[in-house]
Design a protein around this ligand. Structure first.
Ligand code: GRF
Length: 362
């Protein structure tokens, strides 16, 4: 039986070291084994003298890939992998990252499949590998042989595109009242032909993640990769993009997401990402728009939904609602009314976008 614990594999690694042999480790979900995996694992095995595949446990797969995943249980995935002649050992790990497993085993070589680069490996993993002196090898993936492509081939012909619900990802850093309004509108049947595939935050303690859990919507915490406010590192942008692509997201909805969207993330979802901003854009883009409108003595403010482009709150305006400013308004009272307007506007605009996406030929 070659389904082992990390500690057993650490012993094997020590023995191999003594015999001047090299242990290779790779990690992943592997819940629908296909020829792309097999070829990748064969290449990985050639890098050393034995290959260990670390697989996510069932709970962390659901967290990473969304509801309905894993397709096969961890035990079944381990059995399938061990049936391949290129796989010597399998270890099952809990949590989204394999860091603890890597730290216990300290393989000679760590390898990852090819849409990754050394720079885009999760910072935490890369720093650890460098600290442990583990060699990093990136192998190219087999074009067109991915789990996503396999799943698409399996479901092709199952119902027309018009019957498929549009999948949203909602990204936020704060309380999540807009996300809640959207999820509630779906639950109430007011917003139709749409589902929320995932709610993502850059902050582990953000209320938006709790709101999602209350609606049984999968959540992801994707750290920004830096302490600098507003910034996302290239690795974080790549992880956000990869996760949303894996979840087959059609529309990205920013709701109080306090990070600048750019690079691969913006390119991958060009025209399919929207944001809500609490002002009548182009007035008061950026931070504290409600406070600034009030301080300027405006008679009205409001909220705007716009497509996201490379600027800050500059993309094409899709809808706006005005909120009159009362003489006795405080920042709090005005914020409350702007939020109420937002909560009605966001589901309405999403419905319009979803309806036009379903109507247009794909
Ligand atoms: C909203 O006012 C939205 O317009 C702005 O951030 C706030 C998010 O609030 N972009 P919440 O997290 O949805 O409660």
């Amino acid at each position: 039986m070659n389904l082992l614990s990390s500690c057993e594999l650490a012993d094997i690694r020590r023995e191999m070291e003594a015999n001047q042999q090299k242990l290779v480790l790779t990690n992943g979900v592997f819940d629908l084994l296909h020829v792309g995996h097999v070829r990748y694992l064969q290449e990985a095995r050639k890098l050393g003298d034995a290959l260990v595949v670390a697989i996510n446990d069932d709970e962390s797969v659901t967290e990473l890939k969304g509801p309905g995943r894993p397709i096969n249980s961890a035990e079944d995935r381990a059995e399938l992998l061990l049936a391949l002649s290129c796989v010597d050992y399998v270890v099952i790990f809990a949590g989204k990252r394999a860091s603890d497993t890597i730290e216990t085993i300290v393989p000679h070589i760590y390898t990852k499949g090819g849409d990754y680069t050394k720079e885009s490996l999760i910072d935490e993993e890369r720093k650890l590998l460098e600290k442990l002196g583990v060699e990093i090898e990136i192998l190219s993936l087999v074009a067109g042989k991915s789990t996503t492509a396999t799943l698409q081939a399996m479901t092709a012909g199952e119902g027309s595109e018009a019957e498929r619900k549009q999948r949203l990802a909602i990204l936020g850093s704060g309380a999540g009242s807009n996300a809640d309004a959207i999820m509630q509108a779906i639950a109430d049947g007011e917003l139709t032909n749409v589902e929320v595939g995932v709610v993502i935050s850059d902050r582990e303690d953000a209320g938006i993640l709790e709101r999602a859990k209350a609606h049984d919507v999968p959540t992801l915490w994707i750290p920004p990769g830096t302490d600098k406010g507003g910034v996302l590192t290239d690795a974080a942008l790549k992880e956000l993009t990869d996760r949303m692509k894996a979840l087959d997201i059609d529309l990205v909805v920013l709701a109080g997401y306090m990070r600048i969207v750019r690079g691969v993330l913006l390119d991958s979802f060009a025209g399919r990402m929207i944001n809500i901003h609490p002002s009548l854009l182009p007035a008061y883009p950026g931070l504290h728009p409600i406070k600034r409108a009030l301080a300027s003595g405006e008679k009205e403010t409001g909220c705007t939904i716009h497509r996201v482009d490379a600027g800050i709150d500059t993309g094409e305006i899709l809808a706006q609602v005005s909120v009159p400013i009362q003489p006795d308004d405080t920042e709090e009272s005005l914020t409350l009314r702007v939020h109420q307007a937002e909560h009605k506007l966001y589901p309405r605009v999403i419905q319009e976008l979803v309806d036009s996406a379903s109507a247009s030929p794909s």
